[in-house]
Design a protein around this ligand. Sequence first.
Ligand code: CDP
Length: 241
Amino acid sequence: MAKVGAPEKLITKDGLRLDGRRLDEPRPVKLEVGILKRADGSAYIEQGRNKILAAVYGPRELHPRHLQKPDTALVRCRYNMSPFSVPERRRPGPDRRTIEISKVAREAFEQAIFAEHYPRAGIDIFIEVLEADAGTRCAGITAASLALADAGIPMKDLVSAIAVGKIDGQVVLDLTGIEDNYGQTDMPVAMMPRRNEITLLQMDGHFTSEEFEQALELAIKGCKILYEKQREALKTKYGGP
Ligand code: CDP
C-alpha cells in the first residue's frame, strides 16, 4: 500500500527522476578542503541538499591513557546530526542510528589509515550533518576522507562513498530523501577507488542477485566520480599534479 503523501512515481515517463537526473547520475557535489582553523584537518561537502562538515584531530596523544594501544593509533569517529538538519527537529545526542553510522564510518577508514605509524596516538574524526537529504553517511565519509588527508594522515588511498538503491523497481545512483523514503532499497557503499577495495557495504531492503551486481557496479562508478572531485579539491587547496 502506498504511504500517505507518497509520490505516484519516482521515475517519470521519460525515464528521469523527480529532480531531473538520469538513473545513473549522481547529485551535484561541491567539496572544499581546510575550512576550519582549529582542526588539524577539515572539509565541507554539499551533495544535493546535504550539507556536511568533517573535522579531524590528531594524530595526538590519546587520553584517557588506558585506551592507548602500544603498536597502533586508535581511530575514533563521531557522526552527529544537528537538530535543525532534518524536517522534524531531531533530539540532540546520540541515538541507535548515529552510533551505528559512527561505527561503520570508523570501520570504513580503519582499513585505509596507516594507524600503525602512530603507536599510542588517537585520531578523531567528526562528521557534523548540518542539512540532511539522504546519503549522509556516505557524503560524511567522502568529506572526512578529505579532512584526514588535510590533517596529513597517511592513507593507502582516499575513501569515497555513495549510495545506490532501487526505486520503482529500477537500480539508481545516489538516492534523495524522497527516493530513500518511498523507494525499495538503499545500499551505501564506501571504497578506496584506486585499490578497488570496498570498506563499507550496507543494505536496507532487497536486491535480486542480478540487481545487486548492477547496483555494485553503479556504486563503484559513483565512487570513482567522487574520487576525481576529491582529488580536485585537494589540488585546489594544495596545488601540485
Ligand atoms: O543519511 P543516510 O542515508 O546515510 O542514513 P538513513 O538512516 O538512511 O537516513 C536517510 C535520511 O533520512 C537522512 O539523510 C535524513 O534526510 C532522513 N532522516 C530524518 O529525516 N530524520 C532522522 N532522525 C534521521 C534521518
